[in-house]
Design a protein around this ligand. Structure first.
Ligand code: CA
Length: 229
């Protein structure tokens, strides 16, 4: 289990690193949001502990950027009595928060609880025939994706694109990646086709829920799925 700690105060970082290492976790410490995001781009940690008060970036912006790269669970470290931080943090989809000052024992307990919760969730997805991502259920043998308990009427390519996005919520897929995932024969791979299919999938999702579009566009990069917490 690899944990990434993004925290600018060395004294707090030392305590956290020591406490988690004593529990057998591998811990990487970064002291700025940029360095932390750089590390995440190299590979997804099993969990991120993110200080909200970082010198180079608002913690919530840092969280947003993190979520655009990986879906690893996140525990916020917040300053004492900053009630708004807690509320905003959980609304934004953080998995938990710990208020400073905290005891190492409290933090490791939270880490264990979050990892257990995440692993339990994954256990529900060990059946390779079915996959659950928030309001979406994928049934592979049946080539069916249900959204909010309604079956979507998808074409073969739409199914492949949407299931790829759903398997990695928050991960941005370029048009090229989606083309390779969804089309077997190279001669039919045209960038614009992906846009057209995404448009069709969105229309089908809108028929079920017109309020929230779970497919997000990262301008100039590609598409990703954003699941509400
Ligand atoms: Ca700080």
């Amino acid at each position: 289990m690899k944990i990434l700690l993004i925290e600018d105060e060395p004294a707090i970082a030392d305590t956290v690193v020591y406490a988690l290492q004593s529990e057998g976790y591998e811990v990487e410490w970064q002291s700025t949001a940029e360095a932390g995001l750089g590390s995440v781009r190299q590979g997804a940690p099993d969990l991120v502990i993110l200080d909200i008060g970082l010198p180079d970036m608002n913690g919530f912006d840092a969280f947003g950027k993190l979520r655009a790269i990986v879906s690893s669970p996140v525990i916020f470290l917040t300053a004492r009595n900053v009630e708004v931080d807690k509320v905003t943090g959980l609304e934004m989809g953080a998995d938990d928060y710990v208020v400073k000052p905290f005891s190492p024992r409290e933090l490791t307990a939270r880490v264990r609880a979050v990892l257990r919760r995440v692993n339990d969730g994954e256990a529900n997805n060990t059946d390779n025939n079915r996959y659950i991502a928030g309001p979406f259920h994928i049934d592979y043998p049946g080539w069916v994706i249900s959204y909010k308990n309604s079956e979507l009427d998808l074409t073969h390519h739409e199914f492949k694109i949407l299931s790829a996005l759903l398997k990695h919520p928050g991960q941005i897929f370029s048009r090229e990646q989606l083309l390779y995932l969804a089309w077997e024969s190279p001669e039919h791979r045209l960038d614009r086709t992906v846009d057209a299919h995404i448009k069709n999938i969105r229309a089908k999702l809108r028929e079920i829920d017109s309020q929230h579009d779970p497919i997000r566009t990262k301008r100039g990069v590609g598409y990703y799925i954003h699941l509400l917490p």
